[in-house]
Write a protein that binds this ligand. Structure first.
Ligand SMILES: Nc1ncnc2c1ncn2[C@@H]1O[C@H](COP(=O)(O)OP(=O)(O)OP(=O)(O)O)[C@@H](O)[C@H]1O
Ligand SMILES: [Mg+2]
Length: 224
């Protein structure tokens, strides 16, 4: 079994001196290649905190996190950002699209910023537009799209470059039931057809049911 993520005895404390908040307390978990895992837990239980640590967005923690075989605590900042760029696609509750760029340019942005030409990405872009059901929206501006469509653009952007894992923090948190279902169906399809590994944070049992496994976070520890 190839693990994409391994979290070993990870602790995270916010605050100082007498005002300490130990949000993660020796949490352990893993995600294997090809899984679609849902991370669940009460509000404030530390789900986003754990996801950001895994994604290398916050380096301040105790314990060990391995991402694609690399101990992220031992990497230099540049090595970590390269690892993240190559291997991790992020999806957030608010889609974080650039409103003055069209759908295609939003999807390509992380790659073009890093020096790839649009021409070299054309085939991959067309494949991902097809997969995400956005082919006819290629030239549309984000403001003209529904929330569900905007989230699908964010997912397409995360999938470009064929990352080892998608990390999604409440990807349906801002969507109605129907759009949420569409986004979960898309994740499920990407997982099954493209073999994409996904770790999503969700409050919804229904959304979690699209995945292959659930991990619960409680009192700073992971269960399951
Ligand atoms: N930058 C920060 N500084 C101080 N405390 C923080 C910071 N980020 C998170 N916390 C605290 O850590 C705890 C866990 O927060 P986190 O956002 O990870 O929870 P969550 O499980 O994602 O909650 P939700 O379901 O509401 O999104 C909370 O008590 C929060 O106040
Ligand atoms: Mg959160």
């Amino acid at each position: 079994m190839n693990t994409v993520i391994e979290v070993n005895n990870v602790s995270k404390t916010f605050g100082k001196n007498t005002n300490l908040n130990r949000v993660l307390d020796e949490a352990c978990m893993y995600v294997a290649e090809g899984e679609f895992v849902s991370l669940m837990g009460a509000s404030g239980s530390g789900k986003s905190t754990l996801l950001y640590l895994i994604g290398g967005l916050d380096r301040d923690f105790e314990g060990k996190i391995t991402l694609c075989g690399k101990d992220i605590g031992s990497l230099k900042d540049k090595e970590l950002s390269d690892l993240r760029l190559k291997n991790v696609g992020f999806v957030f509750q608010f889609y974080n699209l650039v409103m003055n760029l069209n759908v295609a340019d939003n999807i390509l942005l992380p790659q073009t910023i890093n020096g790839k030409t649009k021409a070299s990405l054309k085939d991959e872009l067309d494949e991902i537009l097809e997969l995400t059901g956005l082919t006819d929206k290629k030239k549309a501006m984000p403001a003209t799209l529904s929330g569900g469509q905007q989230q699908r653009v964010a997912i397409a952007r995360a999938v470009m470059g064929n990352p080892a894992i998608i990390l999604a923090d409440e990807p349906t948190g801002n969507l109605d039931a129907k759009s949420s279902q569409e986004v979960m169906e898309l994740f499920s399809k990407l997982n099954k057809e493209k073999g994409l590994t996904i770790l999503q944070v969700t409050h919804s049992e229904r959304c979690a049911s699209y995945g292959t496994r659930i991990i619960k976070l409680e009192d700073g520890k992971t269960i399951g």
